[in-house]
Design a protein around this ligand. Structure first.
Ligand code: C2E
Ligand code: SIN
Ligand code: FE
Length: 357
């Protein structure tokens, strides 16, 4: 994946009001993006052709050519149709959202900007675009099936997105190779793709599953393997898909593998998956704190379900890397509240990869 460590992402801000452009430019520069500007629709089309931005923040209401028209142009052009377009509007009404969707827009933001929302949307869309650039058509189909599954499963929310970035940073912490880290990140998107074959009555059931339903649910790892197996580039991901619910003592599924019979990346992935499930809110339970989640994993390790050495490494990772990351987030928030934009590099090596349209 040649984009894994590539240059700073570039965002084009299109708005006829200089003051609105300035706000967006300031917020995005703080996040480390290269920002270019256009003050009209025609100027935007021109700049897109010469500078090839990774994402476009597009004002809806502009004199002359409005945002919808600009968007339609770009989405009809083979060269630019995959460039994500985020509509920026003061109006939050359904009608302009519908028109935006019709025009092919990828997302919406309302003014005034919420810094965290802007930053999250931009980061995730750019990741999707860069991943797409590195995928062939067959792979793109798999990733979009996975995304459909994610939107159907009420439990997940941004689950995959978090698995991918945690897969990358925990993978780096463990000193895994680049291709192993790539497999772990692809696993983040694809591990539950087999849930596409699980009926709604089971997948969407709010309560505990009956033994029969549990049998059906367990099939998701086999269905996922069947879907991904034909693609050569999925070779390293398929073991993660099949074996992410095995347990160290052999009591897991589908094969009841014991200890190091379980492919290592599947062990690594499983810890991340469970930790994320525990620390996220679900319809039937609140999110646990990091300490509570670690203590559940600790109990499960004591029961023999997880690799004890790997669990120790994960605990270390959470206590060192993620707690300093949390501290840094607080610092960023304080910085963004001051009016002075502070130039700061993106943590590009850990943020720059996956996710698909
Ligand atoms: P998921 O919700 O993404 O959970 C992934 C894994 O995280 C689970 O694998 C389990 O090891 C762990 N996990 C999730 N929630 C909890 C929890 O509250 N406590 C503990 N100790 N561990 C938790 P597992 O068990 O193999 O489940 C696989 C998938 O099956 C789950 O994915 C979910 O989609 C579904 N599922 C599991 N149990 C139930 C259930 O009781 N009701 C429904 N409707 N679905 C379930
Ligand atoms: C659950 O999802 O709550 C069951 C945990 C497990 O059996 O792994
Ligand atoms: Fe699963």
């Amino acid at each position: 994946m040649n984009h894994l460590y590539s240059e700073r992402p570039k965002v084009l801000v299109v708005d006829d009001h200089p003051s609105s452009r300035m706000t967006a430019v300031a917020l995005l520069s703080v996040e480390g993006y290269e920002v270019i500007e256009a003050d009209s629709g025609p100027a935007a089309l021109e700049i897109v052709n010469t500078s090839n931005p990774d994402l476009i923040l597009l004002d809806v209401m502009m004199p002359g050519m409005d945002g919808f028209e600009v968007c339609r142009h770009l989405k009809q052009d083979e060269q630019t149709r995959l460039t994500p377009i985020v509509f920026v509007t003061a109006l939050d009404d359904r009608r302009s959202r519908l028109r935006g969707i019709e025009a092919g827009g990828d997302d919406f933001l309302t003014k005034p900007f919420d810094q965290l929302e802007l930053s999250a949307r931009v980061k995730s869309l750019i990741r999707q675009k860069r991943l797409n650039e590195d995928l062939d058509h067959a792979e793109q189909v798999l990733f979009s099936i996975a995304r459909t599954v994610e939107s159907r499963d009420p439990n997940t929310g941004d689950h995959c997105e978090r698995l991918v970035s945690r897969g990358q940073s925990f993978g780096e912490f463990l000193g895994l190779s680049r291709s192993e880290i790539r497999d772990l990140m692809w696993g983040g998107y694809l591990h539950d793709i087999g849930k596409v074959g699980i009926p709604d009555s089971v997948l969407l059931k709010p309560g505990k599953l009956t033994p029969e339903e549990w049998q059906i649910m367990q099939q998701h790892v086999l269905i996922g393997e069947t879907i991904c197996q034909p693609l050569r580039t999925m070779r390293g991901v398929v073991p993660i898909i099949r074996h992410h619910h095995e347990r160290w003592d052999g009591s897991g599924y589908p094969d009841g593998l014991v200890g190091d019979q379980i492919p290592y990346l599947a062990q690594v992935f499983q810890i991340i998956d469970i930790y994320d499930a525990l620390t996220s809110e679900r319809p039937y339970k609140k999110a646990m704190s990091a300490d509570e989640a670690l203590s559940i994993l600790e109990e499960e390790t004591a029961k023999g379900w997880r690799n004890p050495m790997l669990f120790e490494r994960f605990k270390q990772y959470i206590k060192t890397v993620e707690s300093s990351f949390a501290a840094e987030m607080t610092v960023e928030r304080v910085m963004s509240e001051s009016t002075q934009p502070v130039s700061k590099d993106l943590h590009t090596t850990t943020q720059e990869t996956c996710r698909v349209v």
